[in-house]
Design a protein around this ligand. Sequence first.
Ligand code: SAM
Length: 304
Amino acid sequence: MNIRNCKKSNCKSKNNDGNCLIPGSDGLPIQCVGPWVENKYFFLEKYLNASCEARRKFADKDNAVFIDLFAGPGKCIIRNEKREIDSGGIRALKRDEAPFNEYFYFDLCSSNTEALEKRISTTFNRKIKLGDSNVLINELVEILLRKPYRYHFTYIDPFGPDELKFNTLRELAKLNRMDMLIHFPIGAIKRNLKIWSNKRNTILDDFLGTDAWRNLIKGLPNNQIFKTIIDVFKAQLKSIDYPEEGLKLLASDKDIYAGLPTVPVKNSREVDLYVLILAAKHPLGQRIWNSIIKTTPDGQKNLF
Ligand SMILES: C[S@@+](CC[C@H](N)C(=O)[O-])C[C@H]1O[C@@H](n2cnc3c(N)ncnc32)[C@H](O)[C@@H]1O
């Protein structure tokens, strides 16, 4: 019998799908994650709950759309805890209040799209597509623009900056009512920054959609580098019509960006740095996010 050995990365399959070598309790692939992901889900669900009345106005008329660009197989297991939990995309599907009317899920790996198909086979109004989100986005936005009056929420949760190109966000931003919850992969950026600083046309240039960061970080002390990179990303989001007030961030560590609300991962020796960004064009979305990030998953008030 297989005994799950979810320690660090040695339990991961080598297919780049992020899945554990041992399937989940339903026999399907499952992603192996650190405990910090529960913070990400906490804020995703809190936003979806808190925005339900605003969404209902659209959902009642069949006009609320959910998009998950990096869907995964639909389930994760918390490393070392052997606890299986739903992915963000499945949580979005399980809304009692004002559920979305249409769901789009993309993933690059067939093991993930096939597992997701099976896990949500009873949901009729969902489309699961295999492929690179940075390519699939063009066709999707073309279709969605036929009904530009609808409300859209996109959950953007890549493993690293190599998976997302800024152009994809630019495409999404063509839709007027588009909220985006972005996991900004600061840990992966930190690990590779030195290599990218000395080259041109790197993964980070594509992710940020500009090479302006390279000159801006030259000579900066370490504690200002990540703030500068995140500020470049924010400036890019502003350039595609997301106002400053609609770009509030949350970080795992005050050293990443002093002054942001921080939600560190409790009881974990693994250092998983993360930044979550809610990009909303509408003042209501901005207000909702600003109010929910004041409370951390363990009920503490965030002082900022
Ligand atoms: C962090 S995991 C997703 C976790 C999931 N969103 C959740 O809430 O548990 C990132 C996923 O993105 C997929 N992926 C990587 N590059 C991709 C790309 N260019 N387009 C679509 N999916 C991609 C990987 O196969 C992996 O399943």
